[in-house]
Design a protein around this ligand. Structure first.
Ligand code: ADP
Length: 513
């Protein structure tokens, strides 16, 4: 009877042991038992997995045989302490395997009669997530602190919960002074902007707006006022309630000042331009009046001048036998003077006439114009034995009345300002995208570059009349005509090396219908 009872109780113990072992064997957590000699006498699948071994390979082996060189490691230290002190220990550490891989374990060690019981949990995933999270936080904090913008964060009650170093720099208050304070607890928002900021705040808290850019003025701790751009965003919880508002703040005071300065300068510039335009209008008006006056005077002067030369010629004819040689000589001077004056008046009249027939553009065959000019200059050409070569010229839109004197002046100058050699003159045209460039090239005396601008000013001449006759008006007429055709005129020349005069005619002129 007793032995039957004992047998039954032994069986019950055996069954309980088996249940316990099978529970341990199938646990997610690792379990192992090391005896006092550090020999592994039990290990479950999970622990063998943690240790990178097969269960069978661990049983009967010494701890240091299984994990050589680990006596300095946190796990061994904890196991040893438990072995000696018989006190439970717990340790969380990373274990590096000989193949270079590593994992994190949370281990609890219990003293058991056989030695120590090790209970290990693989927390690598949790640990890596935590590390990644910590890294993200560290990066975020770094960027917040190192951004040129200030970072300010408010909780759902508008209390400050983050205040970056740049916020300290921009606004003057330290973190300690503002953290936990309500937005209206200190004089921070400029009085006149309080209402707008209040409205924006309530919009964002009520999740009407989740992000926005706002510009408002703020006080600094020292009371000075700055203009700030606020890039705000609100974080709304899944239940729709506000979690927090974060703001990046940029101090744009300098930029605003610069913009105001620029606007002020622009206005000044506009005012100056207005004044200049007014002055230009006045100048244009008085120019027109002056030209009209010059035209009338020149026109009216012709008549008395004609009388002077006519009557001087009559005097000469009728009384030449009664007056002496000296008086006759004087009469020649009078006639020469009158003749020069006639030339001058004629040139002045052509100068003033340019604006009289401005804008009269039509199709002009410049071959014909040049041909006509050469006909008119026939005498000078043959006197100087000039050789003139003219390339094929285009049909252009221009004012024929003006184009003719333009060529006439340039070609007659090319003959007049000749050197010792017979004049060789070349006329041509180069087609550009927006304009025609005509040129008249000679082998004459040339012009010192110092005078390349000056010669286009009215009455400016480089020689005495005795050397080269003229009035000094021709090139200024040419310049005005080129300008009338939205063009320019210039010379390329050097003393003794001949000259090439260029002028352009815009292709954008519209012929009158
Ligand atoms: P003018 O021919 O009546 O003197 P212009 O206005 O036509 O007046 O010319 C101004 C000055 O430019 C001339 O006096 C001369 O000194 C210089 N000039 C003009 N054309 C030539 C040229 N082809 N070669 C050298 N000098 C020139």
């Amino acid at each position: 009877m007793l032995s039957a009872w004992k047998l039954e109780s032994d069986l019950a113990v055996k069954n309980a042991e088996l249940r316990c072992k099978s529970t341990l064997d199938s646990m997610m957590e690792g379990c192992a038992i090391f005896d006092f000699n550090w020999i592994c006498i039990y290990v479950n699948d999970a622990n063998a997995r943690h240790a990178h071994y097969n269960k069978e390979d661990m049983i009967g082996k010494n701890f240091l045989e299984l994990f050589p060189g680990s006596t300095e490691g946190a796990f061994y230290q904890a196991y040893e302490k438990c072995m000696i002190t018989r006190q439970p220990q717990s340790v969380t550490s990373e274990y590096c395997f000989p193949d270079g891989s590593s994992a994190w374990y949370e281990v609890k060690v219990q003293p058991v009669p056989e030695g120590i019981f090790v209970f290990s949990t693989d927390i690598t995933v949790t640990k890596n997530t935590e590390l990644a999270l910590r890294n993200t936080l560290r990066r975020l904090q770094f960027h917040i602190e190192n951004s040129p913008l200030a970072y300010v964060e408010f909780d759902n009650d508008s209390r400050i919960i983050q205040w970056s170093k740049n916020a300290e720099k921009i606004f003057g208050w330290t973190q300690e002074e503002v953290l936990g304070k309500h937005i209206w607890d200190f004089k921070w928002v400029y009085d006149e902007d309080v209402k707008a900021v209040e409205e924006l705040n309530s919009d964002m808290s009520g999740s009407k707006r989740s992000s926005n850019l706002n510009t408002n003025r703020n006080y600094r701790k020292d009371g000075s006022v700055i203009v700030c751009e606020w890039y705000n965003s609100s974080l709304i919880n899944p239940d729709g309630a506000l979690d927090s508002i974060s703001s990046l703040v940029l101090d744009i005071t300098e930029r605003m000042k610069a913009r105001e300065d620029l606007e002020w300068k622009m206005q000044e510039l506009l005012r100056a331009e207005e004044k200049m335009n007014e002055a230009l209008c006045k100048l244009e008006k008085s120019n027109k009046e002056l030209e009209h006056f010059a035209y009338i005077s020149a026109h009216d002067l012709q008549e008395p001048l004609r009388m002077i030369s006519t009557y001087t010629s009559m005097l000469e004819r009728s009384f030449s036998d009664q007056i002496d040689g000296k008086a006759l000589q004087y009469m020649v001077f009078i006639k020469e003077g009158a003749c020069r004056m006639q030339h001058l008046i004629k040139d002045l009249l052509s100068y003033t006439r340019i604006s009289n027939n401005a804008g009269y553009f039509k199709k002009v065959d410049t071959n014909q114009i040049v041909h006509k000019v050469l006909q008119n200059l026939k005498l000078q050409i043959s006197d100087a034995s000039a050789a003139i070569c003219c390339g094929e010229l285009p049909v252009i839109t221009a004012n024929p009345v003006q184009i003719e004197p333009l060529f006439l002046n340039l070609i007659s100058n090319a003959i007049k300002f000749r050197g010792k050699a017979h004049p060789e003159i070349k006329i041509g045209c180069i087609q550009g995208e927006t304009e025609w460039t005509f040129y008249v090239k000679d082998n004459g005396i040339g012009i010192n570059p110092e005078f390349h601008q000056k010669i286009f000013i009215i009455f400016q001449r480089l020689y005495e009349r005795a050397q080269y006759d003229g009035t000094g008006i021709g090139l200024s007429i040419c310049q005005r005509i080129a300008e009338e055709h939205k063009g320019r005129i210039w010379v390329e020349s050097a003393e003794g090396k001949g000259s090439t005069f260029f002028f352009t005619i815009s292709k954008s002129l519209t012929p009158i219908s």
